[in-house]
Design a protein around this ligand. Structure first.
Ligand code: FAD
Length: 355
């Protein structure tokens, strides 16, 4: 159904990528989102990676999405994306070596660095480690700008974009999803792609689709723009750092953000002190703000992507690591909606695993 009318709910990085790929594929697209640029998306560390701690199928999905970011950047050169690589030393040395061996065998571009190479790569680390790994293919994107740009380009390709519009529920008739009910009336469509982040479970429940998910909080601190201090991402034990394209340093206890506890202001002040201490010249950094984000996370920690059996016309896209995964999920979901082609890399990430 290449000329299908598809409603995409959500204008974060996932909804934006889905809308862009659908518009590119010839669909009639209506994007509805309450918050332009998303909710989790602008609060994200936005590290694009296929790093440690995940099973091999998930590694391959992430690795594919890294390639899809590169393809998207060729089509949209204004995407605020940089492939700086990363320096990882947030595990004991033996575990770092095991990670490098495993991921190297899977095809990840990763190699050990000794002290002198680390100092040459990141000369502004106040306490550089004796051993770290460099993952050259990793990078970061400025997530809110990327989502905004994708939505703007989808609009240029004919998509209708309804910002500041709350969806109250999905509509269903004879087992088929027929559209959405919004605060300003109903919209009918051939398909609905639900990419509403932490709001997805509530909306899916309106048509009897039970999604179990959590939304762990994560706090990041942001400096005001500063002259370059970091070459790439720095992933140390207890502190993950990167410098944005405009020069701000962003940091969290890890990339998913520190646990804010009961007092986010105090947690941000502590984290900020660590950032300043971690960098030579850190004293000169000026604090800008802290952000508190909530990562949309399906119950088993892995993405839910694709059609829902028994609810024809409904597709889901719900995940943490959504910044890394957005281009692949957008591409695969649009293809599935428009041509019924099922992507093998999504086999482990269907909603049917819960039912
Ligand atoms: C602190 C932190 C650090 C992170 N670090 C990384 C990282 O380093 N790398 C990485 O890959 N990922 C990271 N993530 C995860 C990543 O940011 C998210 O997975 C991603 O942003 C999710 O995008 P989304 O579009 O699904 O959701 P969101 O950005 O939350 O967007 C949801 C959209 O749905 C809309 N919506 C919701 N309900 C409704 C409704 N009823 N009606 C209308 N619209 C609605 C919202 O308005 C919004 O537009 C991090 C997240 C956080 C919070």
């Amino acid at each position: 159904m290449v000329d299908a009318h598809v409603i995409v709910i959500g204008t974060g990085i996932l909804g934006a990528s889905i809308a862009w790929h659908l518009a590119r594929g010839g669909a009639r697209v209506t994007v509805v989102g309450e918050t332009a640029g998303g909710v989790a998306t602008p609060a994200s560390f936005a590290w694009i990676n296929a790093s440690w701690g995940n099973p091999e199928p998930y590694f391959h999905l992430r690795q594919r999405s890294i390639r899809e970011w590169k393809r998207l950047a060729e089509e949209l050169p204004a995407l605020p994306l940089r492939w700086t690589g990363s320096l990882t030393f947030d595990l004991p040395a033996a575990e770092l070596r095991a990670y490098a061996e495993e991921h190297g065998a899977w095809g990840y571009d990763i190699r050990p660095l000794a002290a002198a190479e680390i100092a040459a790569r990141e000369p502004n680390l106040a306490a550089p480690p004796a051993f770290a790994l460099q993952a050259s293919g990793e990078g970061a994107v400025e997530p809110r700008q990327a989502a905004t740009l994708l939505i703007a380009d989808a609009r240029r390709q004919g998509a209708t974009v309804l910002h500041d519009r709350r969806v109250l529920g999905l509509t269903r008739s004879a087992g088929r999803i027929t559209g959405v009910e919004t605060a300003d009336g109903s919209i009918t469509a051939d398909c609905v792609a639900l990419a509403a982040g932490s709001g997805s479970a509530e909306l899916a429940a309106t048509v009897g689709v039970p999604i179990e998910m959590t939304a762990p909080a994560g706090l990041l601190v942001h400096s005001k723009p500063h002259a370059p201090l970091l070459t790439g991402l720095v992933l140390s034990d207890g502190l993950h750092l990167r410098q944005t394209i405009d020069g701000s340093i962003i940091a969290g206890g890890d990339f998913g953000g520190s646990d804010p506890g009961a007092n986010p202001e105090a947690a941000a002040a502590t984290l900020w002190a660590w950032v300043q201490a971690a960098l030579r010249g850190g004293d000169a950094l000026l604090f800008d703000r802290y952000t508190l984000g909530y990562r949309p996370t399906p119950a088993d920690g892995f993405p839910i992507v694709g059609r829902v059996d028994g609810s024809e016309g409904l597709s889901l896209a719900i995940t943490h690591s959504g910044v890394t995964l957005a281009p692949a999920i957008g591409l695969f979901l649009a293809r599935e909606i428009l041509t019924a082609e099922c992507e093998p890399l999504l086999a482990s990430y269907r909603f049917s695993r819960f039912t």
